[in-house]
Design a protein around this ligand. Structure first.
Ligand code: XLS
Ligand code: MG
Ligand code: MG
Length: 388
């Protein structure tokens, strides 16, 4: 019987802003006291996490002096080295301060765009100093409520300019970052640019150094857009662009709920874990979620434990699924093979095309066959319910 105890080798990570979330929402004040970054580091290590991620201002306040920065950083580094926790990913807060109220890289104001790049270079320095190799760009305020300013085409050009600039900066400093774009359809903006995984993939192809850019898809974000997250992740994997992943949960189509991983859509969470494990994704399993606003600090750590435990249980379920003879036989029957036809369709040649055109197909019989998906799905549900 597996013990489901999280260990660093599982590569579980949390953001300072996730377990550190104080329970503020648009209608209510914080319900929890802030937790010191070092305290979070020790607690996460105790729970078996591998790493902690941060926005620049999760650690260093935006108005900190050089001396304050130094002091904070040395305390934080000590906590990291005492606990063994790593910082695999860093990012920039380009959304909290009023200066970014109408966007950062995509702001219509050139002074604010320049400030956003300036702030990001400093944040990249910070991340590199802490050992981060993945740099996330979530376009929190990169969007609009009013399109009458006709900023969208400009915004995309400015976005591209900023990302190209920052990729060069990383290379010139020898930081070795891989950049992960994190799409989200809305919130905090009415509409955010590059709203879903597919949009970000398309945009990456227009950058100067597309090989440095990939995706950081988040469960809740695709679901807010009403999309199938497993499909989105599969597309990112297929493109060789799954650089990082934000795991959480969400009721379809609602505001950004950031629920505990697996709290709401168990089958989706299972298929996602199976996809990540089967495709040998070896990046961090980052939980970008937070405890419910109702919870006190004990609830925060229950939340963190729960995210990791659910992942490990689902990983074990995926292993069972792959070994379940009946399920595997159904999948085999579902994926009908035909070596002769596949040879013809694999690659175009005049000869293959002619041969294929000359083939006779029994369309009616092909259309009559039921692929057996009801049974396959039911057995999947039963496996998840612990009945197999
Ligand atoms: C917000 C985003 C944010 C990013 C990091 O919805 O998920 O937390 O992951 O800036
Ligand atoms: Mg989010
Ligand atoms: Mg996120």
């Amino acid at each position: 019987m597996p013990d489901y105890i999280p260990k660093p080798e599982h590569k579980f990570t949390f953001g300072l802003w996730t377990v550190g979330n104080v329970g503020r929402d648009p209608f209510g004040h914080p319900t929890r006291e802030p937790l010191a970054p070092e305290y979070i580091v020790y607690k996460l290590a105790e729970l078996g996490a591998w790493g902690v991620n941060l926005h620049d201002n999760d650690l260093i306040p935006i108005n900190a002096t050089v001396a304050e920065r130094k002091k904070i950083l040395s305390r934080f580094k000590k906590a990291l080295s005492d606990s063994g926790l790593v910082v695999p990913m860093a990012t920039t807060n380009l959304f909290g301060d009023p200066v970014f109220k109408d966007g950062a890289f995509t702001n219509a104001n050139a002074k604010i765009r320049a400030y956003a790049i300036h702030k990001t270079m400093h944040a990249m320095d910070l991340g590199a100093e802490l050992g981060a190799k993945i740099y996330v760009f979530w376009g929190g305020r990169e969007g609009a409520e009013v399109d009458a300013g006709m900023n969208t085409l400009d915004a995309l050009a400015y976005y591209r300019e900023a990302l190209n600039f920052l990729a060069e900066y990383s290379e010139s400093q020898g930081y070795g970052y891989r950049f992960a774009l994190e799409p989200k359809p809305n919130e905090p903006r009415g509409d955010i640019y590059l709203p879903v995984v597919g949009a970000a993939l398309g945009f990456i192809a227009t950058l100067d150094k597309p090989h440095l850019f990939g995706l950081n898809p988040e469960v809740a974000h695709e679901m807010m857009a009403g999309l199938n997250f497993v499909h989105a992740v599969a597309q990112a994997i297929d493109a060789g662009k799954l650089f990082h992943i934000d795991l959480n949960d969400q009721k379809m189509g609602r505001f950004d709920q950031d629920l505990r991983f697996g709290a709401e859509n168990l089958k989706l969470a299972f298929l996602l874990v199976k996809l990540l494990e089967d495709s040998k994704y070896d990046g961090p399993r980052h939980f970008d979620a937070h405890a419910l606003r109702t919870e006190d600090e004990a609830g925060v750590w229950e939340f963190a434990r729960g995210c990791m435990r659910t992942y490990l249980i689902l990983r074990e379920k995926a292993r069972q699924f792959n070994q379940d003879k009946e399920i595997q036989a159904l999948i085999k029957a579902y994926k009908v093979q035909d070596a002769e036809l596949s040879k013809l369709t694999k690659k175009f040649s005049k000869k293959n095309a002619e041969a294929l055109k000359a083939k006779k197909f029994n369309r009616v019989a092909l259309g009559e066959r039921g692929p057996g998906l009801e049974k396959l799905d039911q057995l999947t549900v039963e496996l998840l319910l612990g009945e197999r």
